[in-house]
Design a protein around this ligand. Sequence first.
Ligand SMILES: Cc1cc2nc3c(=O)[nH]c(=O)nc-3n(C[C@H](O)[C@H](O)[C@H](O)COP(=O)(O)OP(=O)(O)OC[C@H]3O[C@@H](n4cnc5c(N)ncnc54)[C@H](O)[C@@H]3O)c2cc1C
Length: 634
Amino acid sequence: MSFDPHPIHEREGIVEFDVFIAGSGPIGALFARQLVDAGHNVVLVEMGDQSTAVPGSHKKNEIEYQKDIDRFVRVIQGALSTVSVPTSSTVIPELDPAAWRASKPEQSILTNGRNPLQKTHNNLGAEAVTRTVGGMSTHWTCATPEFLKRSGDTVYERPIIFEDVAKDNKEWGVLYDAARSIIGTSETEFDHSIRHNVVLNALRKHYPDRGVKPLPLACHRVAENSPYVMWHSAENVFGDMFDKKQEKKKNANGVQRGKFCMLVNTRCTRLHLQNDPAVPSIVTAEVRDLLAARLADETHAPSPGKDYYIRAKTFVIAAGAVATPQILANSNDLGGRPFGGRRDSPPSALIPNLGRYITEQPMAFCQIVLRQDLVDDAGNVEGKPEWWKKAVVEHRSKNPDDPLPFPFRDGEPQVTIPASYERPWHTQIHRDAFSYGEAGPRVDSRVVVDLRFFGRQDSEINNKMIFEDKFTDAYGMPQPTFEYEPSVKFADEASRMMNDMTDVANKLGGYLPGSNPQFMTPGLALHLGGTTRLGLKAQDSVGNYNSQVWKFNNLYVGGNGLIPTAFAANPTLTSMCLAIRAAHKIHMDLENKSFKPPSEDTPLEHIPPEWVRWTNDPNHPHFPHHNRPPQKSI
Ligand SMILES: Cc1cc2nc3c(=O)[nH]c(=O)nc-3n(C[C@H](O)[C@H](O)[C@H](O)COP(=O)(O)OP(=O)(O)OC[C@H]3O[C@@H](n4cnc5c(N)ncnc54)[C@H](O)[C@@H]3O)c2cc1C
């Protein structure tokens, strides 16, 4: 190799790290947290910069956005880089004839990561990535529902780890409880919001059998009755790992934390295999220091001073559903054979299912302005709880000219009608910022409610993400191209979902002009799945349910790309569950110094209760308290 070991080895005096992680989103963070707390030395590389004072914190916690949620729309827009943008014509018909035009008008625009191989009809046009410490969790909505479990032999959303139903239910129960505790999910933070209760009560009245309830959200109110909410993110997963005073903290077994090093502005370029390819084993990750690379020319060839290798015993790629397969697709074995996922990957590729069977969610959206009778009733304090009465009376006396009974800082509605076997779609009936759906100046934001309904798409082998050999993205990695068409299987489900959304909307109010019911651009849900799918068999998956890549003895993946099922709900909580299992497996490999490739024939094991004890025992030194106010029960 024509480049050197990364200076971090010398700086820390560590010749070989126990674990290398690519990506600092909530999933990379969760791998790091568990493995460092178990005593292992971990190095994590992150392509983006640290853009918040506390690493990976949610940007919506800034007072500016708490005061005006609509301002956050532009933060999200700025954070999202679209993955594959087809080229467009260089000809602008309305242009001044004196302005430049291409000599061959059929030529197209190629700059800014345009992808000449991306067709429009099968693109996931709104699929995007976020590159920063904390990944997408620095702006996410924090909805953390469970996936709908199987019914008999029919798989709904939740993947099958164990064929045996009782074993599978038990495992997911343990994993979901742990994940909720780590990210700090709650359903009670909006209990004292009038608008929240208006929506909740109205929907409960109209749909008494559908289990209408508060949306599970990873957040906490900073103090009882405060209008401010702390939104959780990778920051909560990292916990106190960046606190220098806690470097030597011990876990419940008296084991001291391992070293944790995070390198920002550092791209994981590819992985390198050991010389003996009989059992594929990764020995180094090639990384590029993007700041150092600014000083040199933009060559893609590795060169000293900007490209380094990092040596480790195990490798976790958790760089999001797009970049995880991208890094793997950019890696070769010694014979130059790609791992898989490239446009011209040979059938003998080491990871043949990379980027195949991808899924996204059809997403229906509208906004309504609350019905007159609902608003009038909210202002009628008779029979309302004391806190409600007090809030309305105080608001009216201070603001006699306000036409609405809602205090200006009344919490927003955060409601869901949970997915069911009859209606297997995920619903968010709430008010929040996304990259669209700003309420605008013509309407009082307090009477606007957003409806976001997310549907399922079947995982089909021909729905793919292909990594190009000839083109790179803006960061010098192989350009992804989507070949994705909606699956026929759930087409009818999408129509029923739209009907359901309009039915619910009509119960609540009238459409806000410009936000009538519509399906959004494919990919906008940002819940790409299946790109590195797990399975019980190697023939149709990338790894097993320990998140270990088939054939390799020390390669693990993390993130939403692992989910092999058709899912409608927001996936991060479920991806956390998978990362909990995976980190335990890595821990065991490191403890036993035994690294073997996964086998279809070796039965998987339950996660032992000790591994998740830190998440359910408030006296455990690592228990995630999330700095909640002391008066609240946790
Ligand atoms: C507007 C919005 C709303 C959302 N709402 C929800 C929600 O309510 N509920 C939910 O479950 N999910 C939601 N999501 C999605 C959620 O944020 C993601 O599921 C989650 O962040 C995925 O975590 P991750 O760690 O796998 O990946 P990411 O958060 O994407 O992090 C991956 C990290 O890897 C880094 N990286 C990429 N390539 C490389 C490389 N080559 N080398 C080194 N680092 C690299 C990236 O810079 C990034 O920081 C939302 C997202 C957005 C943007």
